[in-house]
Design a protein around this ligand. Structure first.
Ligand SMILES: [Mn+2]
Length: 123
């Protein structure tokens, strides 16, 4: 039973899969914590977000600034820039479910003796 804390996947789904293989991640007994910025910059934001959502009980995540930017583009009046790489999510047939999933994610997780979050907390 191991906990794995992973930051800034940034849509790099293939690298994530390689990493999980390397540590022999088992969805039966291990727990993944994603520390924000699961989407954008990389080329597989859609696969990454679906993967985390489908892990359900085996994964938790906090939101990062890139995840917020995606939410603002999906729900607000923000327009993606030409450097953003999450149009696959905005055009996906399960977009509503994926955005709903992101909306339910916290900014902070208390885990054992640690606070898990993206970036930092002012002292
Ligand atoms: Mn960030």
């Amino acid at each position: 039973m191991s906990d794995y804390l992973i930051g800034d996947i940034q849509g790099c789904f293939d690298s994530l899969q390689k990493l999980l293989k390397k540590v022999a991640f088992s969805s039966d007994k291990d727990q993944l914590f994603f520390l924000g910025d699961v989407v954008n910059r990389g080329n597989k934001s859609l696969e990454t977000l679906r993967f985390i959502k489908d892990l359900s009980e085996n994964a938790q995540m906090v939101l990062g600034n890139h995840d917020f930017h995606l939410l603002a583009c999906a729900l607000g009046d923000k327009t993606p820039s030409n450097q953003d790489t999450f149009s696959d999510i905005l055009n996906a047939k399960d977009k509503v479910a994926l955005i709903d999933f992101l909306l339910q994610q916290p900014l902070v997780i208390e885990h054992k003796n640690a606070l898990l979050l993206h970036a930092g907390v002012p002292p």
